[in-house]
Structure formats: structure tokens, C-alpha cells
Design a protein around this ligand. Sequence first.
Ligand code: DGL
Length: 278
Amino acid sequence: MQKKKEIKVLGNNNYPIGIFDSGFGGLTVMSAINKVLPSENLIYFGDTAHVPYGAKSRDTIVRFSKDIISFLIKNKAKLIVVACNTVSALALPVLEKILKIPPIIGVIEPGVRVAIDASKSFRIGIIGTEGTIKSKSYPKAINKLVKAKVYQQACPLLVPLVEEGLIDGEITDKVVKKYIKPLLAKKIDTLVLGCTHYPFLRKILEKNLDKNIIVVDSAISTALEVKLILDKKFLFASKNGKKYLKFYVSDNPEKFKKIGMRFFSKDITIIKKVDLVG
Ligand code: DGL
């Protein structure tokens, strides 16, 4: 087993957990954290001015992420969750080095651990954005822990379909079939949803997968990882403190609110537009 990274967490127990994504998708992670840790204050930043990150270069994603992380730290985040697979895949290792900020976790390692536990044949499929797939972060993370066959598939059409609310129906069904066909041919027994948007497609994916294939949603595993870290560091927020959920975006708060409601079941009320230099 790989030694788990020591994550230092700063700050007061009632300081918020800072969560960010390129846009709306990370709300699936925030929603999972909110369910697993109902007493925690949460702040979310969606970089709606720059979404999608899926096909952008590492340098650009690092630059955007640095600004967002500084914003979350200014807002006293006690732990930062990179709720975006593309940022986790391309930028997280660089950010940890450049910014020397220890309190940060991504979505890849938590998802990978669950996938390894779930897989019997160690034939694991990964679906994600072009950036995530090209980075090979998932195969690298899996093969650090076990010897497995990892088959990847970039699915660039899935994010726009989800953003348009097309989470079922004929068009999405055709697209899903096309993307998972090569993975089915490889006889995978586990499929990792390597993108924050894909939990919304879980039903249609499962309909098209063989019954024995286990689907891994890294939103849930990341939330459980956050809980473990807070537990280890004695950093749970007090149960009787006043809880808040705050949302920040870099553009178009109205659209974020409308689409965000689909990603996040609770009312998105406190939402502000902030200008980050970048
Ligand atoms: N949040 C991104 C991810 O999880 C998907 C959306 C985008 O391309 O920015 O990879």
C-alpha cells in the first residue's frame, strides 16, 4: 500500500472547507461533502468565466487554480478540495510544489482507492475529459498501488450534454454507447467516473454497462476522505455552530444559480461574483 500523504490543515474548526471547480460540476462533490459532513461550513468557487477546463493546457489551469486557491485561503478555508478532475489531474502536483500549501486534496486518489477495492479482475475503465485522460493521472495513481490494466476513454461530449440538462434520452444514450463500447470490449469490471459532471449520467451509463460492472463516483469517496482528514486533525466544526454554504463565481451568477440547482439539491442562495486576476 502507498503511504498516505500527510496533509496539514490550518485554522479554526468553524472555518469553512473551500471547494472549487471550473464551473458547476464540483457541486456534485460539494453536495456529497454536505451530506457526509452536515455541520461543516462550506464555500464554493466556480470559475464560470473560464469553464470548461477539459481541453485547456496545464499552464493555464495552474494559473487559474492559483488565483482561486488564494481567494479561498483569504476566505479562511481550513482545507481545500479540488472538486475537479481536470485540475486534480493536471495541476494539483504542480500547485502543491509552487504554492507550498499543504491543506489541499483532489478527487483522483480517493476515487482510485475505491476503484481498487471494488475491482476483482483489476481491469479498470476510466472516463474523463481530454485533459484528465491525456495526463494519465488515473493509470499512474492506480499502478502506484496495484498492478492493474487501466483502460481510458476521453468523453468530450458528456460535459456539454450535462450542462444542457440532457442527462437521459436518445442523443445522450448514443453518445454514452459510443464512448463505453471500447471499454466494454476490454472486459472492465469497474468504471471510474473521472469527471465531476458524470454522476448525473450514472443511470444512463449503468443502463449501458454489463450488470457486473461497478461504477465508482469520486464525489462520494472524496467526501469520505475529507471526513477522515478532519477526524484525524480534530477539525470537525462544532455541531451547534451556525452553518453556512456560500457560493462564488467568476461570471454569470444567475446562470450558475439556475444550472447549479440541478447539481446541488439545496437552494443556492448566497452567491457572489468575484473578479480574480487571471
Ligand atoms: N470539472 C471538470 C472535470 O471534472 C469538467 C468540466 C470542465 O471541463 O471544466 O474534469
